[in-house]
Design a protein around this ligand. Structure first.
Ligand SMILES: Cc1cc2nc3c(=O)[nH]c(=O)nc-3n(C[C@H](O)[C@H](O)[C@H](O)COP(=O)(O)OP(=O)(O)OC[C@H]3O[C@@H](n4cnc5c(N)ncnc54)[C@H](O)[C@@H]3O)c2cc1C
Length: 467
């Protein structure tokens, strides 16, 4: 008799959510986690600490820059970085302890140590002191997440040359910071240190920031960040970083080749992406197949090529996002409990938590064009929204894209204050196959930022009122 119905390896948002759902559905469940605390990348060194730092740095910047315009006179704010870091750690602790509580509440066994798949139904757990034990189970879910993608020739020491992990732990505000990679993580952490006083230059290989996001969004967002003080070198690549005592010489070349220039920096943040994490899992020996990018190969039901072994989250194909991992965790638990688990990959929101925020769901204009889909666009700027004016938050816009024949909404893209929350009304609409007319004829409270979503939708099937 197997000890468990399910063992989940990794307790990030994919793994812990899967375990909770499985336990709720009556499966005897255990998790294996090699980190001292539960919650994975997301809660320990990702989503949560970065959002704590984004919020604190935003408050610091706001109090120094926009209070006076609203008639609030305060002394110039002083930064106490160690207190800011302590606050961030408190936030992390509260979250990871919350996961431990949820494991107990749902009667899920927690095994601390590195999990290795010995084959169908067997997981070896090796704890820090080197002791191993073997657990038996009917099913295994691999949810081991991802790790920082290295930049060839540039060694991360997490002091001067940092990954996102080190960038969340800096002991002082750098004078100059070079961010390698203009994706979500680089722009969020670049914004944090820029608001706290660093001169930040973002070097991006592509000719736009935010890679696959809608082109309009990338352009406007870059303008906004530039206004906030960030510098950009697009179509450029970092080819080397040389340590000169406390300073760094960063060699930057045009992506297409050409003359190099050297930027001086105190800190270099390498944020060129993340790669699936499968080290020490024993996949080869267990016969579990991976693809050409090292991701665990799965079928439409998250099953690997080995019966009883499944995989979800950052370690498999798809966007590396916490909520995608969570939804896959729920889906695979439901499948294992005999239900019909499913994730709709066409409706996964993507948010950049800067100020203003950027949020998108569904297709971009570029994707629709490439697919030859005939579409209509409605756009509305926050500069014409009453609430945005009242809050001095007029940067940005909402863009709604709908099928030209059926009016079904295919995508929405928002740059603006609270975009990350606003996007969800479009996500729900899209889940129900709704049209721009459904959205535009839904009564929206006034005055709200969300009225811009309604107006953009009206711009697709009729005309907006306020522009
Ligand atoms: C700085 C930063 C900010 C981010 N911000 C956001 C955000 O705002 N929103 C968002 O959606 N996403 C964000 N992400 C991405 C998000 O963190 C990931 O998509 C998410 O954590 C993936 O979840 P997961 O469960 O697949 O894996 P992970 O969270 O990576 O968890 C995997 C866990 O498995 C454990 N593990 C690995 N191998 C073994 C083993 N052999 N045995 C036992 N345990 C093992 C690891 O220790 C880890 O705890 C951010 C990432 C970073 C780095």
């Amino acid at each position: 008799m197997a000890q468990y119905d399910l063992i989940v390896i990794g307790t990030g948002p994919g793994g812990y959510v899967c375990a909770i759902k499985a336990a709720q559905l009556g499966l005897k469940t255990a998790v294996v986690e090699k980190r001292a605390t539960l919650g994975g990348t997301c809660l320990n060194i990702g989503c949560i600490p970065s959002k704590a730092m984004l919020h604190s740095s935003e408050m610091f910047h706001e109090s120094g820059h926009s209070f006076e315009k609203m008639g609030i006179k305060v002394a110039k704010p002083k930064l106490d970085l160690s207190a800011m870091m302590a606050n961030k750690q408190e936030v992390v602790d509260a979250n990871v302890n919350g996961i431990s509580f949820l494991m107990k509440k749902n009667k899920i066994d927690v095994h601390h140590g590195t999990g290795k798949v010995l084959g169908q139904g067997k997981v070896e757990v090796t704890s820090e002191d080197g002791k191993s034990s073997t657990l038996e189970t009917k099913n295994i879910v691999i949810a081991t997440g991802s790790d920082v993608m290295p930049l060839p020739g540039v060694e991360v020491d997490e002091k001067q040359i940092v990954s996102s992990t080190g960038a969340l732990e800096l002991e002082k505000v750098p004078g100059k910071m070079v961010v390698v990679g203009g994706g979500v993580i680089g722009l969020e952490l670049g914004s944090v240190w820029s608001r706290l006083g660093a001169e930040v230059t973002v070097v991006e290989f592509m000719d736009k920031i935010l890679g696959p996001m809608d082109g309009d969004v990338s352009k406007q967002f870059q303008r906004i960040l530039k206004k906030q003080g960030l510098e950009f070198k697009l179509s450029s690549k970092v080819t080397g970083v040389e340590k000169k005592g406390k300073s760094l010489n960063v060699t930057v070349e045009p992506a297409a080749g050409g003359d190099a220039e050297v930027l001086q920096a105190d800190i270099v943040l390498v944020s060129i992406g993340r790669k699936p994490y499968t080290e020490g899992l024993g996949l080869d020996a267990a016969g579990v197949a991976t693809d050409d990018r090292g991701r665990v190969k799965i079928d439409a039901h998250y099953k690997t090529n080995v019966d009883g072994i499944y995989a979800i989250g950052d370690v498999v194909v798809g966007p590396m996002l916490a909520h995608k991992a969570e939804d896959e965790g729920v889906a695979v638990a439901e499948i294992l409990a005999g239900q019909a688990g499913h994730v709709n990959y066409d409706v996964i929101p993507n948010v950049v938590y800067t100020q203003p925020e950027v949020a998108s769901v569904g297709k971009t204009e570029e994707e629709l064009k490439a697919a030859g889909i005939n579409y209509k666009t409605g756009k509305f700027a926050f500069s014409a929204n009453g609430r945005a004016r009242a809050m001095n938050a007029t940067d940005g816009f909402v863009k709604v894209l709908a099928d030209a024949e059926t009016d079904r909404v295919l995508g929405a893209h928002i740059v603006g204050f609270g975009a990350g929350d606003m996007i969800h009304e479009v996500a729900v609409l899209m889940e129900f196959g709704g049209s721009s007319e459904d959205l535009g004829r839904t009564c929206h409270a006034h005055p709200t930022m969300s009225e811009a979503v309604k107006e953009a939708a009206m711009g697709v099937f009729a005309k907006p009122i306020h522009s």
